[in-house]
Design a protein. Structure first.
Length: 193
């Protein structure tokens, strides 16, 4: 009986954005070059839906999710995970607090995404959830990151606000369905490749 090779087991902390976990898993498989089942990563997903809501914890002083996050990561390690991926941006708000309490490496998606974004330009637009945008999670790695405010459609660059400069179209009218999920900009916003 073949044993799983060391260095090929990843733990995924799920449950805080179930679809983010599903999308992440799909991307892992799409970008895994080996199409033989034995050439794929061993993936251990701990999809804990009972972890306290991070938005409530961070913005509204709700129950602290750190202990549950640490427990979930340590459970992944006990099962055999050799490193960890967390597809939820918001969980990375606690990254520095959690690292001392876990024994396996945590791939920081904020850092990796920022590194790739800097190759494209110095002011990437961050379209993320409430914690990623309100706490400017990407700014520690990309100081010039641009954040639209979620409520007012403002674009913020280096703490300068451009009011009503971004518009998102999740459900446009039938005649404009070709712009579904697009973001439009105006009022001096330039998009550079």
């Amino acid at each position: 009986m073949a044993r799983h090779k060391k260095g090929r087991s990843v733990g995924i902390l799920g449950g805080m954005g179930v679809y983010a976990t599903l999308d992440f898993l799909t991307q892992v498989f799409n970008f895994t070059p080996n199409r033989k089942h034995w050439g794929n990563l061993r993936i251990i997903i701990d999809n804990v839906i009972s972890i306290p809501n991070i938005i409530r914890a961070v913005l509204f002083n709700g129950p602290d999710p750190k202990k549950d996050i640490i427990d979930s990561i340590n459970n992944c390690e006990k099962i055999g995970a050799e490193f960890l991926a967390v597809p939820c941006n918001s969980v990375h708000y606690y990254y520095e607090d959690i690292i001392p309490h876990i024994n396996i490496p945590w791939i920081n998606i904020i850092e990796i995404t920022s590194r790739e974004a800097k190759k494209i330009g110095k002011n990437p637009l961050v379209l993320g959830g409430l914690i990623a945008v309100e706490k400017k999670l990407y700014s520690q790695f990309v100081p010039g990151a641009v954040y639209p405010t979620l409520m007012e459609n403002d674009v913020v660059v280096d703490d300068k606000v451009n009011k009503d400069a971004a518009w998102y179209y999740p459900k446009p009218k039938k005649a404009a369905k070709h712009i579904t999920d697009y973001v439009a900009f105006y009022k001096g916003v330039e998009i550079k490749e």
